[in-house]
Ligand binder design. Sequence first.
Ligand SMILES: *Cc1c(COP(=O)(O)O)cnc(C)c1O
Length: 421
Amino acid sequence: MNQSRSQALFERAQKTIPGGVNSPVRAFRSVGGAPPFIVRGEGCRIWDADGNEYIDYVGSWGPLLLGHRRPEVIEALREVLDIGTSFGAPTEAEVELAELIRESMPSMEMTRLVSSGTEATMSALRVARGFTGRDLAVKFEGCYHGHVDSLLVKAGSGVATLGIPDTAGVPAAFADTTIALPYNSIDAVEQTFRARGDRIAAVIVEPVAGNMGCVPPRPGFLECLRHETEKRGALLIFDEVMTGFRLALGGAQQLYGIRPDLTTIGKVIGGGLPIAAYGGRRDIMSQVAPSGPIYQAGTLSGNPLAVRAGIAVLRRLRSHPEIYDQLERRTAQLTAAPPAETTVNRVGSMFTFFFTKTAVTDYASAKTSDTKAFAQFHRAMLEQGIYLAPSQFEAGFVSTAHTEQDIARTVEAAHRAFAAR
Ligand SMILES: *Cc1c(COP(=O)(O)O)cnc(C)c1O
């Protein structure tokens, strides 16, 4: 595979951008080689600077549920170009998007739009602390909630991939406000609430974890979180930045039938534009400024381009509920016959092949994966035109643009990649 232009661009990038990338996992550190520099995307395909074509299972790390350049999204963006790209003033479209979010995800009675998932989780946590008057937050090892200071403790995604220590640049006093527990451990949650329940502001969780690879909640786990928080006056925050609108129109909370107090969404809601949101119970969200004392603001929050893209995505999902059955079928096809030396986890259109025979139910079991074998597999797939996340500790994503043929081609490539090892 010719990668000479990507290689040259990567060398040039490293002179002015840390590690040559604007988000760490993009650097392909754990699989080696230069990352392909991407020049174009269409449907489920992307092309790099050397003209290589790939079937894309990264989908911009989750946002592209409808694939690249979905016509409704492109059309919505064109319309915005005729009226102006930012006003810093209220617009009708923001109201429409908040209403669409509430209709899709009823627990989000009120919503505040922000520009990234990190901003959404940071703000939701502040609101939880302001509302409860408590400081402590419970999170789970291997879950990633953006690069919020106090949530970088035992974090997943790039932090896991690069094996970065928890606290570089994070004051100990911030990290000390976070209690990190093993994912899926009902015992640990009950014990923690028995010991410190009256000081806990919130439990924040990926209801289906995606940032240590895909790890579903075990039966009773989310129910336990709902029960313990309610009993002790803490808030339950579902971080659905990855799962919102991906696993179902109403996200993981619809799939598992749990109503959190606050929810964060992002990724899919922007269709590839920078937007995210946090929201939830009216009595809690009413405490946000200017209606309450908890401050949060954003110059580009509710940006017209991102909002219009979001409306286009939500309208499409709402008018085509069969999309979710199609995603389920396609992803099941992709994960139907995992090689003997792997464990496959899947929920809807999120999946991960772990290079371990151990069942992966938390961060400790995810880490039993043979990351060298993963790196070889990743390279062999790339060379066959299959673009997977360059880390064992990430979820793969199927979009509505992937056809049965695309999936069949990917399965064949995977068999060859395994056979070659
Ligand atoms: C991606 C992600 C975030 C962070 O969102 P950014 O837009 O990258 O800041 C937060 N939580 C979860 C669950 C995510 O997957």
